[in-house]
Design a protein around this ligand. Structure first.
Ligand code: NAD
Ligand code: ZN
Length: 362
C-alpha cells in the first residue's frame, strides 16, 4: 500500500529499511532477523512503557522458543554513556547471549546509538535491528551504521561503524512523539532537500500540513526519500572521508549553538534549522548562492514551525570559538558545508572568520 515504503541499502553489509504504520506488531517481520535464540530489546524509560511489551509479544508469538529480555535505561541524551553501555553488555551476559543473538533497538537516536554500539562490541559484533521511534531516528540515526556513546570530552567520541541488520520504522509510533520532537526531525528531512534534492523541498512545501498532522502515507514517503539520500551518500562514503560531510549542512553552526546554549536551549533539530539558515546566508555573503534560495529555505523551515534566527543572548565571538574547536573542522581554518543554491551543497575550507562573524551579527 502507499503507506508501506521500502529502501534497499547496499554496500558491504546490505540491509533493508521498511516504513509503515503497525510494523512494531509484525512479529514475522521482527523475527525474520532473529537467527539464534537470544533477543534483547533495548529501550528507554519513555518508549518502553509505550511499545516494548508489544514488540516482545509480537516476537514471542512467532518464536516461542526464543529467550527474550528487555533492558531499559533512563530517557535522554545524558544516558548515552559508557555506564549504560555496560548495562546493555551486562544484560546480554545475563541472557547468555551467543554470537547469533540479536539486539532490537527500540527508541530514538539515543537508544539506537547506544544499543547499536553494544551490538558492535558483544562478541565482536552481533545483529542489531533498529526500531526507530522518533522522526530523527527514522531519517537519520538508524541509517548509515554509525554507533556511539558520549564522554565528558564530547558527544559520540567512543563508537563504531556497525550497520544494522534491518531498520523497521513504524510510522504510527510517531503519534506519541512530543510535537516539538517531530518538528525537530523535519529539520533533518529538509536538510536532504537542501543538500541534494531541490524538488523534495517543493514536495515538502506542498505537503507540510499533512506531514505535521501525521498522515502515514506522506510520512512514509518523506522518510523513505530521506533514507534513500542518506543511504546513497553513506554507501559512496561509508567512513566519512568526503561526500558524507555534506550531511553536516547546518551542523557546524548548529553544534556551536547547542553547546553554547547548554541544556534547556534549542534541541538538535532546531539548532540545525537555524544553522542551515546561517549556512545559506554565509553562502550568499561569499557569492555562492542567491539570497532568494536562503529566503525559500527559511520559509519552509517556518512552515514546519522551526526557529530560523539565532536565539537571543548568544555571543557571536563565543560561537566562532566553538566552531574552531568542532571536531569536524579539520586543519587550521573554519570549514563549512555551504551551498550554491537548493540541492547543491559542497564543503568549503578556510572560510574567512570575519564573514562568519558578520553572518552571526546580521
Ligand atoms: P532521543 O532518542 O533522546 O529521543 C527524544 C525523546 O523522545 C526521548 O525522550 C525519547 O524517550 C522520546 N521518544 C522517542 N520515541 C518516542 C515516541 N514514539 N513516543 C514518545 N516519546 C518518544 O533523541 P533523538 O532525537 O531521537 O536522537 C538524538 C540522538 O541521535 C543523539 O544522541 C545524536 O547524537 C544521535 N544521532 C546519531 C546519528 C547517527 O548517524 N548514528 C545521526 C544523528 C543523530
Ligand atoms: Zn543532525
Amino acid at each position: 500500500s502507499a503507506s508501506h515504503q521500502r529502501v534497499e541499502v547496499g554496500g558491504a553489509a546490505p540491509y533493508r529499511i521498511d516504513i509503515a504504520p503497525g510494523l512494531l506488531d509484525d512479529g514475522a517481520r521482527l523475527a525474520a532477523h532473529l537467527r539464534g535464540r537470544h533477543a534483547l530489546v533495548v529501550s528507554d524509560s519513555q518508549v518502553a512503557p509505550l511499545y516494548a511489551q508489544r514488540v516482545r509479544a509480537a516476537l514471542a508469538a512467532v518464536r516461542p522458543d526464543a529467550r527474550l529480555a528487555l533492558h531499559v535505561f533512563d530517557a535522554g541524551e545524558a544516558s548515552k554513556t559508557l555506564a549504560n553501555f555496560s548495562g546493555v553488555i551486562d544484560a546480554l551476559a545475563a541472557l547468555g547471549a551467543t554470537r547469533d543473538a540479536c539486539i532490537y533497538a527500540l527508541g530514538g537516536g539515543v537508544v539506537g546509538d547506544l544499543a547499536g554500539f553494544a551490538a558492535a562490541c558483544w562478541m565482536r559484533g552481533i545483529d542489531c535491528v533498529q526500531l526507530p521511534t522518533t522522526l530523527l531516528a527514522m531519517v537519520d540515526s538508524s541509517v548509515g551504521g554509525k554507533t556511539a556513546v558520549d564522554i565528558a570530552q564530547g558527544k559520540n567520541l567512543v563508537g563504531a561503524f556497525h550497520p544494522p541488520r534491518a531498520v523497521i520504522a513504524d510510522t504510527a509510533s510517531l503519534r506519541t512523539l512530543p510535537p516539538r520532537e517531530l518538528r525537530a526531525g523535519f529539520a533533518e528531512v529538509i536538510k536532504y532537500g537542501a543538500i541534494v534534492d531541490a524538488p523534495f523541498l517543493d514536495w515538502l512545501e506542498a505537503h507540510a500540513d499533512g506531514l505535521l498532522a501525521g498522515d502515514d502515507a506522506l510520512l512514509a514517503e518523506a522518510i523513505a526519500r530521506s533514507c534513500r539520500h542518506k543511504a546513497a551518500i553513506t554507501e559512496r562514503d561509508p567512513f566519512e572521508h568526503g561526500e558524507r560531510a555534506l550531511l553536516n549542512f547546518g551542523h557546524t553552526f548548529g553544534h556551536a549553538i547547542e553547546t553554547e546554549q547548554g541544556y534547556g536551549g534549542l534541541n538538535h533539530g532546531e539548532a540545525v534549522a537555524v544553522g542551515m539558515v546561517l549556512a545559506a546566508r554565509l553562502s550568499t555573503a561569499l557569492g555562492l548562492a542567491d539570497a532568494a534560495d536562503g529566503a525559500r529555505l527559511r520559509g519552509l523551515l517556518r512552515r514546519f514551525e522551526l526557529p530560523t534566527g539565532l536565539p537571543a543572548g548568544l555571543d557571536p565571538a563565543a560561537l566562532v570559538a566553538r566552531m574552531r574547536l568542532d571536531k569536524k573542522a579539520q586543519g587550521s581554518g573554519l570549514r563549512f558545508v555551504l551551498w550554491d543554491g537548493a540541492g547543491k551543497a559542497r564543503v568549503v575550507a578556510d572560510v574567512d572568520e570575519a564573514a562568519v562573524r558578520a553572518v552571526l551579527q546580521d
